[in-house]
Ligand binder design. Structure first.
Ligand code: APR
Length: 235
């Protein structure tokens, strides 16, 4: 089976009812990004940040995967699929995707404020624990913080992601404005000759100038079309 590597962003979950970040009315219009998505913002007002992510977590209980997520999961019948997502929701997993790399963390997890990337302190929350409170502590005595990669923080999963991209036979990009690095740079690791597809209702600027098959549609409709195209080039 060919290796199909898919990079997804907020647009993948838009049809499930989760706002994107940079579209008009997006999350970064509603909340100052410096306050809720930087280590400095967290240091200045941890309660505000914890509440912001409590709200995001609560929303997970109200949304469900869309047809786009489902079609992507179904492609596992025909390809070895690796999903590299910038999304912190769990909709790929809930749709049935079995190999999902979260570059920017996961809403369903919390971790130590002192050592956020130490696996010993990363804890998966059950839905009834989604409301994290000030005073909820990691085993090292620090406040439990969201397991989210904030602006200015290291992206530990990027190396794993690069290893998969390096082995991709087909590369697909869905619903990301490609504004945020290092995720946006993953395309540079796709070998030449590997077909690249992009699904997005808007035009996305590709810095590398590489040839891309653009499907200018939303994730669900775009995935229907992509599936047909991919089945023609599977082995
Ligand atoms: N289907 C597919 N794509 C869509 C849809 C849809 N229905 N609706 C909108 N989009 C596209 C937009 O056109 C845009 O190109 O999704 C993209 C969303 O871009 P951003 O809001 O910038 O989101 P993303 O690229 O995922 O952001 C990257 O930025 O703030 C950080 O950590 C956050 O992971 C996030 C990162």
């Amino acid at each position: 089976m060919k290796n199909l590597v898919v990079l997804t962003g907020a647009g993948m979950s838009a049809e499930s009812g989760i706002s994107t970040f940079r579209d008009a009315g997006g999350l970064w219009d509603q909340y100052p990004v410096e306050q809720v998505a930087t280590p400095e913002g967290y240091a200045a007002n941890p309660k505000l940040v914890i509440n912001f992510y409590n709200e995001r977590r609560k929303q997970l209980l109200e949304v469900k995967p869309n047809r786009g997520h489902e079609l992507l999961a179904e492609l596992e019948k025909y390809f070895h699929v690796t999903v590299i997502t910038q999304n912190v929701d769990n909709l790929h997993e809930r749709a049935g995707s079995t190999e999902v790399i979260h570059l920017h963390g996961e809403l369903t997890k919390v971790t130590s404020s002192f050592q956020p990337n130490n696996p010993r302190f990363i804890k998966e929350l059950k839905p009834e624990e989604y409301e994290v409170r000030m005073g909820d502590k990691a085993p090292d005595g620090s406040q439990f913080r969201p397991f989210i990669v904030w602006f200015g923080e290291a992206v530990p999963m990027i190396e794993t992601a690069i290893d998969y991209v390096d082995k991709a036979d087909i590369f697909v990009i869905i619903g990301t404005s490609l504004n945020v690095y290092p995720a946006a740079g993953l395309l540079n690791y796709v070998h030449s000759g590997v077909p690249v597809y992009l699904i997005d209702p808007k035009e996305v600027r590709i810095a590398s100038g590489r040839a891309v098959h653009v499907i200018q549609k939303g994730a669900s409709e775009g995935m229907e079309e992509l599936k047909k195209m991919l089945l023609e080039i599977r082995d």
